[in-house]
Write a protein that binds this ligand. Structure first.
Ligand code: SF4
Ligand code: SF4
Length: 327
């Protein structure tokens, strides 16, 4: 039974997320993952392997229209690489980036970052066509996420996945219409490690729960990317300095560790031999995740979800100041 579940999940995933290598002509230069890359397992695969949804799978019905929209745009996005121009332009000016960000905002994107993708961020079973990335955040409604774990919160997660999947597709089309090449990467089953990519692009910092914490919405957002051949992206990596204190704050907070119903969040991230950090025990998480339509407790319990980012920073700075004075 277990292997049938896994087989079905894999079939579904490979139907939605076609293998990029099979879509491009053989001579296309592609960027391979590094030997140190993570295995890239999608949500359906993790849940099929480690989850125990049982009767709870019926809760998925409430999110079915969003699930189908997510799958529709994910598949369409990946197939769309065949529409890239034959001789794309390679550089863009300030006005273009301004226009792109305006359009992204209309699609519901709340923050845009630009960065180069390190090969070790690419999942083992994926490839990229371009090394430069436009990284995108879309907020999940806090009022709905506040109710996690619940059908309301689960529905909000899938609503955001669906809207963000549509947004990456539309943004890739926008790039192509302006003469550039693009590889849209939808938020579910992405080709790269999105929290790491968003952190590198200066959009926030990864908290103890393994999620990105942003200035605008704490940990209540989803991430996606569009890779592009544009060579002069206005990289935003420098902004990460504004957020690096978050990892020190997490050391004294631990709220998500205490509140996780599966005790799946490590009190200190595991540091693997190659230096990679693992924040969550995915096996433990998947069981609760599969019974609660996506759980979400670590999102709503995060101190940055509950409080204002700048107030938390001020309070933290005071603690640091006091410690310094007393030492
Ligand atoms: S999703 Fe739920 S079970 Fe998984 S780590 Fe977060 S709080 Fe824990
Ligand atoms: S709840 Fe606290 S420890 Fe957990 S990620 Fe948020 S700030 Fe960090």
């Amino acid at each position: 039974m277990t292997s049938l579940k896994v087989k079905l999940a894999k079939k579904f995933v490979s139907f939605v997320l076609s293998d990029m290598r099979k879509l491009v002509p053989e001579e296309t230069s592609i960027i391979e993952p590094s030997p140190n890359s993570f295995d890239g397992k999608t949500v359906p695969e993790v849940v099929a392997i480690h989850g125990r949804p049982g009767i709870h799978i019926l809760k998925m019905l409430i999110a079915l229209p969003y699930l189908m929209k997510t799958a529709y745009y994910a598949r369409k996005s990946i197939k769309s690489i065949n529409k890239n121009p034959k001789n794309p332009k390679k550089t863009a000016d300030k006005e273009f980036f301004h226009e792109l960000e305006e359009y992204a905002r209309k699609l519901g994107i709340v923050a845009v970052g630009y960065t180069e993708v390190p090969r070790e961020y690419i999942f083992k079973n994926r490839v990229l066509l371009f090394k430069n990335a436009i990284v995108l955040l879309m907020n999940m409604d806090k009022g709905r996420m506040e109710k996690a774990p619940s059908v309301t919160a689960g529905r909000e997660v899938w609503r955001t996945y669906a809207e963000l999947s549509k947004a990456v597709y539309k943004l890739a089309e926008f790039l192509r219409e302006h003469g550039y090449s693009a590889q849209p990467d939808p938020p579910v089953g992405g080709s790269t490690n999105f929290p790491l990519l968003a952190q590198k692009a200066g959009l926030g910092y990864i908290g103890k729960h393994g999620l990105l914490i942003s200035e605008r919405n704490g940990s209540s957002q989803r991430i996606a990317a569009v890779y592009t051949n544009i060579e002069n992206l206005p990289f935003t990596d420098e902004r990460v300095k504004l957020y690096s204190w978050i990892s020190e704050f997490c050391k004294i907070c631990n709220r998500c560790v205490e509140e996780c119903p599966a005790q799946a969040i490590y009190p200190e991230p595991l540091v693997l031999k190659d230096g990679k950090k693992v924040y969550i025990d995915y096996k433990k998480c998947a069981e609760v995740f599969s019974k609660t339509l996506g759980c979400g407790v670590c999102i709503k319990e995060c101190t940055f979800f509950k409080g204002d980012f700048f107030r938390i920073r001020k309070a933290y700075e005071k603690i640091v100041e006091k410690k310094r004075e007393s030492s």
